[in-house]
Design a protein around this ligand. Sequence first.
Ligand SMILES: Cc1cc2nc3c(=O)[nH]c(=O)nc-3n(C[C@H](O)[C@H](O)[C@H](O)COP(=O)(O)OP(=O)(O)OC[C@H]3O[C@@H](n4cnc5c(N)ncnc54)[C@H](O)[C@@H]3O)c2cc1C
Length: 340
Amino acid sequence: MTGTLLAHALLDKGKTIQIFDNNHKGSSSAIAAGIINPVTGRRVVKSWLIDELIPFAKKTYQDLEVKLNEQIFYERNVVRVLFSVKDENHWLEKTGDETVAKYVKENDDLGSFKGKITEGVGLGELESSAQVDMPLILEKSKSYFLNKKIINTEVFDYESVRFENDLVFYQNYKAKKIIFCEGQQGQKNPWFGKLPFEVAKGEVLLVKIPNANFDKILKHKLFIVPLKDDIYWIGSTYDWDNKDDLPTEEKKALLIKKLDEILTIPYEVIDHRAAIRPTIYDRRPLVGFHPVNTLLGIVNGMGTKGASLAPYFVDEFVKLLLENKSVNQEADISRFDLTV
Ligand SMILES: Cc1cc2nc3c(=O)[nH]c(=O)nc-3n(C[C@H](O)[C@H](O)[C@H](O)COP(=O)(O)OP(=O)(O)OC[C@H]3O[C@@H](n4cnc5c(N)ncnc54)[C@H](O)[C@@H]3O)c2cc1C
């Protein structure tokens, strides 16, 4: 999705582009829930830069909705089940902590979840959270780009790239820059592959829960995220060792076991998918140009938070490219030495 957002942003600036994207089936964006979560973890910690990221993401997706004529951004609270008195007290404490109070709210009403899930000791609710339909953005944008004849769906072949007189040549194309937004496959990139990727495989289930009518996102032992027509996204797992993007029976069984512990109403598994999150060892994005070959740029490393990070850091990259504005230091690839 990073490359898709970059393509839209550059087109909006009147730039001529050519996209190469083979829509790899294990691409992270194709299976993500697209949750934008302002605070995370048991300690209820505010996500990095989130006060800036959420309004920026909302504006980007709402503009894209107009362009693609589809709803892709949903403001949706997260109902969080708390499993101990300690967690409940901690949550209540956070409702009075001015750094996160605008996101964290007290809640004692299960709403549409009542009678359909197992309850914990207490409940909390998150505001300003949202859900972005990443697969729909990919699908609709692909049609948009195909219509404009600016997308090539073959695998990009690094070996065919040539550089001459400050220009890049590839097949019949001649360009001023190549920008790589390859997700975890960026590890194979001959110019940027040495960046410290620490990728995390994730597996999810899509299930049908007839007549559940869940209207919010549930954070229980797993996330339950409403999609359409009684279908829910259930996830996810984290595996830092397994580097392939194939679904496994082991993780499927684990997801089903946890889901059985959550739901008290019947459901049916309709799909099981896996992908690799493009996580970087310091958990920050990768934005910038190659220090030696400045014709090559990168926007990657969205890790577990592409829905909130990608709009903002695509914009940072566009400002670097077109206005030579510097990038947030924590995301700038110059924090790593690519010359060794
Ligand atoms: C299980 C799971 C759940 C997630 N849930 C969330 C969530 O709720 N919220 C959130 O914000 N994030 C979530 N994420 C993370 C999110 O998916 C990523 O941060 C984001 O999608 C990364 O997008 P990307 O475009 O950078 O990479 P990708 O989605 O991997 O896209 C890379 C693209 O580059 C193409 N490509 C790569 N190399 C080549 C080549 N040589 N030739 C042609 N094309 C190429 C691929 O085909 C692909 O289309 C989740 C991830 C997983 C795995």
